[in-house]
Write a protein that binds this ligand. Structure first.
Ligand code: ADP
Ligand code: ZN
Length: 720
């Protein structure tokens, strides 16, 4: 059976291998079992019922709560030549009748329905219709909607228990991306699944790179980022409706086509924006969290949070909209402690102290995550109850240069200070105590203790760093309330007794080398292929990625297939798509190769899976980080500019960001007198945000890039 499953996957969807638990899930469904499948967003839930639908005799009925999503799914299936249709309230009665007729006469493999169909007046009529169909499978998407524990309870889902009651022998597969235990249990019970098999896939999204950056000149940084990602689609989330509008307009001022989206707009406006985005006509949407539900776009390359989200659940869901196609994508959050203070007021619910306390706790965890000195991914997965290694290699923390240093003695000093003062204080007090602060806040009795003032050799920030690491590595605990009192635990005692060493992770001065050159693709050809795809998409009135996904285009532009047999080896080209669109794409590739005297590169291609990983790596990552890394290897700036095919001023712009964040120092780039000269001009211009007036005050040979660096340095001086 497994071979047959793979053959169907290849033939109909053009994929070579299953992801996560797909194979086991499909296997169980085909054996007639009830299944609950829990997979993260973008994990590939749809194939878990679409593929069985193709293999089973008869029709599969799919329940989906979101009308927009339904149409998208059906379009995607039809693009693969699979007969599918939906019935929902957007259709006329005639249309609905026509689809029902198609279903009755057996010409559909999948029928999508909204859950409302099984409620109210028409429910009996519909049930009768389903009985005539004798479905081979029921699939319930977004199954967490059945649970009031979940975040999106929909009472009409409760009716879905009718499937097992009326069709006891038809398998039911419930699918969701919601992980928590209560919700899972609720789904199994409320749907009355029989001896269900539960499959839980990891929540890790390895292709999403997490970055948290200090919120300083956020718009400027966003513009910079977008300029480096001109061909990419993405979402920028902001807290308020007004700010989505103002950010979008500032981006347009900077020459970036961006639109805003929020719940205050009328329906027509909102669907227009959504459609532009789905069709790749607008690449950048600035939105409140209202944007996302029902967006099934697979090639979202970045999600940027301009403001701090209220909780980690929301953050993870929003960042999860990036990279559904499995290609490398960025999640960037601009953090400021000020945002947390603002949010505190927002989340207070009048007259409901319990709910307020829950929200406050979630906000504290969000803040913790932002300030976390350790692997971001580990923190997130840990939050969702999953184990994960301490180093993921693809978050800002893991990508910075780090080294370990033995800090056992200092850790012992810190822990004994906590112990001696009775485990009743937060980090601030303990640090003041260790550093021998004369402040009146320190209890006079504590000033008599032996440990008072034994930590003068370290700066306040260094002690803060140590405390974070001790907490992160589990050598110290803290209470969950607003005061965050530090408490010792069993592992603390192991350090105090000298049974356990404490390693402190430090930013490393000297850097590693830049990774090897990767295979390159034909940039011009990729553009041409995008146009070919857009033509097909316009003709068929479907989103571009339904024709073929971005990574398929990348593979075409990399391996330059010249025959249909070669084309079939490209990921995403199943037999149907090769037949329907193959000649269009191949002609484009062949013409390009003729003009540029290029041949097929298919012999370089590895089995698809490995290949994909390689191509992913080429995709530009956070552009500032790359410049930083190259700079740290000791390359001169003009060399970096040349290698990256960017102007010197752009590279200086990238690095100036790190001057602002304190990671680099201006003295690494220019002599002191030059810095002072520019700083003088900044002061003279009376402002520090517009660069042109400053440039005008300076001799020509001082470049924009240098001024940018000095401006960042100036701002940093002002702040400290
Ligand atoms: P979910 O519903 O879990 O968020 P989807 O079912 O929309 O995710 O799948 C996300 C993307 O992954 C889609 O573009 C889908 O075609 C693709 N995909 C699913 N399974 C595979 C696979 N085995 N190999 C390659 N791509 C896959
Ligand atoms: Zn990491």
């Amino acid at each position: 059976m497994k071979n047959k499953m793979l053959a169907v996957l290849k033939h109909n969807f053009g994929y070579d291998s299953f992801r996560l638990e797909q194979e086991n899930i499909i296997h169980s469904v085909l054996e007639g079992k009830d299944v609950l499948a829990i997979m993260p967003t973008g994990g590939g839930k749809s194939i878990c019922y679409q593929l069985p639908a193709l293999m089973l005799q008869g029709i599969a009925v799919v329940i989906s709560p979101l009308i927009a999503l339904m149409k998208d799914q059906v379009d995607a299936l039809q693009a693969n030549g699979i007969h599918a249709a939906f019935i929902n309230s957007t259709q006329s009665a005639d249309e609905q009748q026509r689809v029902m007729q198609q279903a009755r006469n057996g010409s559909l493999k999948l029928l999508y329905l909204a859950p409302e169909r099984l409620n109210g007046n028409s429910s009996q009529y519909f049930l009768q219709f389903l009985k005539e169909l004798k479905p081979a499978l029921f699939a319930i998407d977004e199954a967490h909607c059945i649970s009031s524990w979940g975040h999106d309870f929909r009472p009409e889902y409760l009716q879905l228990a009718v499937f097992k009651k009326q069709f006891p022998h038809t398998p039911v597969i419930a699918l969701t991306a919601s992980a928590d235990k209560l919700t899972q249990q609720d789904i199994l019970e409320k749907l009355e699944l029989k001896q269900p098999e539960v499959f839980i896939s990891s929540f890790n999204r390895p292709n999403i790179y997490y970055y948290i950056e200090p919120k300083r000149n956020a718009i400027g940084n966003i513009v910079e980022y977008l300029r480096g990602h001109k061909d990419d689609s993405g979402i920028i989330y902001a807290l308020s409706r007004a700010s989505t509008e103002s950010i979008a307009s500032r981006l347009r001022d900077a020459g970036i086509a961006a639109m805003h989206y929020h719940a205050g707009m009328d329906n027509a406006e909102r669907s227009k924006v959504q459609e532009h985005f789905q069709r790749d006509e607008i690449k950048v949407i600035v939105a409140t969290i209202a944007f996302g539900m029902g967006i099934d776009k697979s090639n979202v390359r970045f999600v940027i949070h301009h403001d701090v989200p209220k909780n980690i659940e929301g953050y993870y869901q929003e960042t999860g909209r990036a990279g559904r196609d499995g290609l490398k994508s960025d999640a960037i959050l601009f953090y400021s402690a000020g945002d947390i203070i603002k949010l505190k007021k927002f989340i207070e619910i009048d007259g409901n102290p319990e709910q307020t306390a829950v929200s406050e706790k979630k906000l504290r965890q969000m803040q913790d995550f932002c300030e976390h000195e350790g692997c971001r991914r580990q923190y997130l997965l840990h939050y969702f109850g999953e184990q994960s290694p301490a180093f993921c290699g693809s978050c800002d923390y893991c990508m910075s240069e780090l080294e370990e240093k033995d800090a056992t003695v200092d850790a012992q000093k810190l822990l004994s200070a906590i112990s001696r003062t009775g485990e009743r204080y937060g980090a601030g007090y303990i640090i003041d105590f260790l550093r021998g602060s004369a402040s009146e806040k320190i209890n006079p009795a504590h000033k008599e203790l032996k440990t008072y003032g034994i930590g003068k050799h370290l700066k306040k920030e260094e002690w803060q760093w140590m405390i974070k690491q001790l907490l992160g590595q589990g050598f110290l605990s803290k209470t969950d309330d607003a005061y965050a009192v530090l408490k010792l635990n069993d592992r603390s005692w192991a350090i105090l007794k000298g049974e356990q060493e404490m390693k402190l992770v430090m930013k490393k001065a000297k850097a590693r080398a830049v990774p090897d050159e990767e295979l390159t693709y034909e940039k011009e050809l990729l553009k041409i292929l995008r146009e070919v795809r857009l033509e097909y998409a316009d003709r068929e009135q479907v989103p571009a990625y339904h024709i073929v996904a971005d990574n398929s285009l990348l593979e075409l532009a990399t391996y330059l297939p010249q025959t249909f047999d070669e084309l079939k080896q490209i990921s995403g080209f199943g037999d149907y798509k090769v037949g329907k669109y193959g000649s269009g794409f191949m002609n484009a590739v062949k013409t390009y190769c003729r003009e540029h005297k290029l041949n097929s590169q298919m012999h370089f291609s590895k089995p698809k899976r490995e290949r994909k990983e390689k191509i992913e790596k080429q995709h530009a990552s956070n552009t500032q980080m790359i410049s930083l890394k190259m700079f740290k290897t000791g390359l001169p700036l003009d060399e970096i500019a040349e290698q990256r095919n960017m102007t010197l001023s752009t590279i200086e712009g990238h690095l100036s960001y790190f001057i602002g964040s304190g990671e680099l120092n201006i003295s690494q780039f220019m002599p002191r007198d030059k810095t002072e000269k520019i700083m003088g001009a900044i002061k003279q211009s009376g402002q520090s945000h517009a660069i042109k007036p400053i440039k005008d005050l300076l001799p020509d040979e001082i470049s924009y890039g240098e001024i940018k660096m000095a401006m960042e340095h100036y701002k940093r001086m002002q702040m400290s």
